[in-house]
Design a protein around this ligand. Structure first.
Ligand code: ZN
Length: 187
């Protein structure tokens, strides 16, 4: 397959909700391969289909680290069915080259999705691990939500974006999740 161009923040397609996949066809399998090829070439941890201009509910993750080796993972039509705890972690995104900022996330998530064979699976990612964060980050892409929408500090995020010649934070898109806020205040 091939390495695709990754859309950069400011491009409209990144803000569009993606469509369900009805059948894990050859077209979808090719898309998955393109996502992996592109993600590995650009040294990403995850990549969602809308980032290469394809608005289907598909993303891939490779959250393997030296400490915790993990296989490459495919998520088709994912749903986050459980979430708990809260964590603040620095995130980046291949659609925001070299820009990093602190983001609010759930610490533990359970996701249900289809794999590359169209088979349903359920996976739990805990402890604010790279995998837990990546699942939430990539899932958001399918809704047209970007990590800066969940930033801890809008002014810091704006500074970082400006430094990297990216458009500013869109204030009306900032997400205040009351459950997550309550969890953060509990800690
Ligand atoms: Zn991203």
């Amino acid at each position: 397959m091939s390495v695709k161009k990754v859309l950069t923040y400011g491009e409209k397609l990144l803000r569009e909700p993606s469509k369900e996949v009805y059948k894990v066809s050859k077209k979808i399998k090719d898309l998955v391969q393109d996502l992996f090829d592109t993600m590995y070439t650009k040294n990403g941890v995850g990549l969602a289909a809308p980032q290469i201009g394809v608005n289907y509910r598909v993303f891939v993750i490779d959250a393997s680290t030296e400490k915790e080796p993990l296989p490459p993972m495919v998520f088709i039509n994912p749903k986050i069915i459980k979430k708990s705890g809260a964590v603040i972690a620095q995130e980046g995104c291949l659609s925001f080259p070299e820009a990093f900022t602190d983001v609010k996330r759930y610490k533990n998530v359970t996701v249900k999705a289809l794999d590359i064979h169209g088979k349903s699976f359920v996976m739990e990612a805990v402890d604010g691990s790279l995998l837990a964060i990546a699942i939430q980050h990539e899932f958001d892409h399918l809704e047209g939500i970007l990590f800066i929408d969940r930033c801890v500090n809008r002014f810091d995020a704006d500074n970082v974006l400006q430094k990297h010649h990216l458009p500013p934070v869109e204030a009306d898109r900032i997400i205040e999740d009351p459950i997550l806020e309550a969890e953060l205040n509990n800690d």
